[in-house]
Each structure stands twice: as structure tokens, then as C-alpha cells.
Design a protein around this ligand. Structure first.
Ligand SMILES: N[C@@H](CCC(=O)N[C@@H](CS)C(=O)NCC(=O)O)C(=O)O
Length: 225
């Protein structure tokens, strides 16, 4: 059985977790927070060379990087598929998932420490976030209408990327810019509401909420935050 290492408050951890849940694959969760090194789980570096979450443990060995993990899961457990059959459509799904990760998640990620610690971000970082997100938001509407799913007529890896990452961008915007930078994306509000109703997305949210106190306690112990 696949072992999934990481913690439920992590959006990256939740990427393979949601894929496994949607596919109905049994897996075991093994708790590992970030910050591995001499003071915390040094052995985790054998699973994920930079100590990043998630990593999976398979019969053949360890694998890190959520994108590679998704690819492995899709090949080992092809049904139900999280990619369309058509090579072009499958690539469009990957395009959208990568777009969301690179131009939304990574832009917001720089301010997650501020969200967690209740501190103000560096003004230059905030300015860069605002500029980059407003460009990316216009472009996002060209890649998806968010009418039913993020791409096409089935739940795919693009939906996993969208529902696990875009809400974080909205939270960062609301907290530090006093506005939701994604409020003008047509269809997105209804889409997010529909995705939040999916049973496995609800599980992800409930598990993330249940893990929040443990994650914060870990940060306090390791970094004094
Ligand atoms: N590219 C990686 C990113 C994973 C990532 O950044 N995970 C965060 C937790 S949400 C982490 O491990 N942060 C600790 C660190 O970067 O040292 C992936 O797709 O798996």
C-alpha cells in the first residue's frame, strides 16, 4: 500500500491525497512536518531530498515532487482517470494545473509565513504579488471558463490544482491587499462552491483543519514562531 508522507495542512500534500481519494486507492498517511534537519526527522531527507512535503513510499522506493507523484499514481491506477484520453486534452489539463501552480500558488506562497505568523509582508514582495496576480488572473480566464470543471467535462488534475491552490491566493489577497484578486474571474465563485461540495474535498478540508493546531505547535517548537 502507498504510504503518503507529510501533513494535512499542506496544500502540496493534499495534491496526491485528493488524487488517491478520488481514485478510491487505499493509502496510509505518515505524519511529517516541514523543517527536517538535525533537529527534526533527518531520515526524511531520504524520502524527499530537499525535505519537502509530500513524498510517497512505494514498493519500489520513495518519490517526491507532487507532479511526479501524480504521474506515478495515474500510471499505476489509471481508473478512474484524472486526465482525459485525448493527448491534446490531457496536455491542456497539465497546462492549466502547471499555470495555477507557477503563477498563482508560488506567487502567494512567499506570503504564507506572514499569514501563519500574523506579520506584515515585505512591501516589495506584496507589490510583486499584486502585479503578477493581476496579469495571471486575466490569463486564467483564457484557459478556463470554470463552467463545469476546470477543463472539459470530467474531474481532472486541473481541478485538484485549482481547488487546492486558488483559495490560498484569495486568502492572501484578502488579508494583505484587502481584496480578493480572483473575484473577477468569470465562473470561479460558482466553480469553487461546487468543488467544495465534493465529498473528498470536504475530507481534505476537515483533515487540514484538524491538523492546523499540530502544525502550528510544530512551527513553534522548531522555529519559535
Ligand atoms: N515542488 C514541490 C513543492 C512542495 C512544497 O513546497 N511543500 C511545502 C509544504 S506545503 C514544503 O515542504 N515546504 C518546506 C520547504 O520548502 O522546505 C512539490 O510539488 O511537491
Amino acid at each position: 500500500m502507498i504510504k503518503l508522507h507529510g501533513f494535512s495542512a499542506s496544500n502540496y500534500y493534499n495534491v496526491p491525497k485528493l488524487a488517491l481519494l478520488e481514485k478510491g486507492i487505499a493509502f496510509e498517511e505518515v505524519l511529517s512536518y516541514t523543517g527536517v534537519g538535525p533537529k527534526y526527522k533527518p531520515e526524511y531527507l531520504d524520502k524527499s531530498p530537499l525535505g519537502k512535503v509530500p513524498a510517497i513510499e512505494t514498493a519500489e522506493g520513495y518519490l517526491s515532487e507532487s507532479r511526479a507523484i501524480l504521474d506515478y499514481i495515474e500510471r499505476v491506477h489509471p481508473t478512474p482517470p484524472l486526465l482525459p484520453d485525448s493527448p491534446f486534452d490531457a496536455a491542456k489539463v497539465q497546462e492549466l494545473a502547471q499555470f495555477i501552480e507557477l503563477y498563482f500558488e508560488l506567487a502567494a506562497r512567499r506570503m504564507i509565513p506572514n499569514l501563519l505568523s500574523g506579520t506584515e509582508p515585505n512591501p516589495a514582495v506584496l507589490q510583486e504579488f499584486e502585479t503578477n496576480i493581476s496579469k495571471a488572473t486575466v490569463a486564467l480566464a483564457k484557459l478556463s471558463t470554470f463552467e463545469s470543471f476546470a477543463y472539459g467535462e470530467q474531474f481532472t488534475l486541473a481541478d485538484i490544482a485549482a481547488i487546492l491552490n486558488l483559495p490560498i491566493v484569495r486568502s492572501v489577497g484578502k488579508r494583505f491587499l484587502n481584496e480578493d484578486p480572483l473575484s473577477k474571474v468569470p465562473g470561479l465563485d460558482g466553480y469553487c462552491a461546487r468543488m467544495e461540495e465534493r465529498p473528498h474535498v470536504k475530507t481534505i478540508r476537515a483533515d487540514a483543519a484538524a491538523d492546523q493546531a499540530g502544525f502550528m505547535a510544530h512551527l513553534k517548537e522548531l522555529y519559535g514562531i
